[in-house]
Design a protein. Sequence first.
Length: 114
Amino acid sequence: QVQLVESGGGLVQAGGSLRLSCAASGSIFSLNAMGWYRQAPGKQREWVATITNAGVTVYADSVKGRFTISRDNAMLYLQMSSLKPEDTAVYYCKGLSRTTSTYWGRGTQVTVSS
């Protein structure tokens, strides 16, 4: 089992920056990849970015060039810059194990004001 806890959300003006963190605990050795997802009010949860154990990173087109995902052992980060109001959402951390089990955190709210 893996437990994930996000932090770092908050209110920021458009054009500003935030760094989200996700603390992983438990069987983190079983994780093959980790990622960030987000869900805006009234919308489906959408993928934002993924980082593999090999350090390969992939981003959604909507955040490419503005967001950076990184991982340091049990910590996952999402550095967000040039934030837009449409980035407002609850951001979730996800872990994917080698056995394809998935783990989710409870999310952290990011609100970008115009």
